[in-house]
Design a binder for this molecule. Sequence first.
Ligand SMILES: [Zn+2]
Length: 268
Amino acid sequence: MRLSFTAGLVLLSCAIAALPAHASDIPKAQAQLAAGPEVKLVEPRLHLAKSEVASRPRVALTFDACMGAVDERILSTLLKERIPATVFVTARWLRKNPQTVAIFLANPDLFEIENHGENHIPAIDVVVPVYGIPSAGSPEAVSREVGKGAEAVIAAGFSAPRWFRGATAKYDATSIDEIRKMGYRVAGYSLNGDDGSLLGAGAAEKRIAAAKDGDVVISHINQPTHAAGQGVANAILKLKARGVEFVRLADVETIGDNDTTAQRPGLF
Ligand SMILES: [Zn+2]
């Protein structure tokens, strides 16, 4: 039994390592198998409270800036159309992109900057690879990833972050609890817009343009050479033409599963 599980794990690890970091269509059972029988990984969902106006669906665009550069196709669309968005940045990305940081700082009405960690390490407190990326592996390492990420956001001149989204968007229950106790909500999503920026332009456009009232869209703003970014930019224009109200996570009531946003005494 142990042997067959290990063999299966090796095969599965090879298979999922090639998949995008934020793919949500991987069955949860596979994620659990990859984590081992004792560790249950979750990929929390997050929704917005519904719009009160039926003709004006409400959507939150959230972007991850994991590492690398900035996708000008998306950034210029947001700026030109004056569309608000929530951007999750790592300390690493902040260091490498001072010009974009200056643009974010100059447009506080558009950009809510939140915490994507220090070094883009999955915020999971046990040792387990996720899509081939090693996890933080201990509560101390999760604390460092979250805490140093928040410090970098503040040091760059932004408001103290209230939200955290870890690399790969996967967690275990105890790491969610730890992050909540540090004072942050954990940002899931409801619509995977670009499969870790690996979708084709047309597919990304189609997915995001189909966003419904209450959706929290995740996509990437740090991959200027990938085709997906053009699709993301096109979809933003389509949503605007549809009359969508764009909101940031700070501006609306949100509902997350896996205890990621629920109000509890002493927690934000
Ligand atoms: Zn990321």
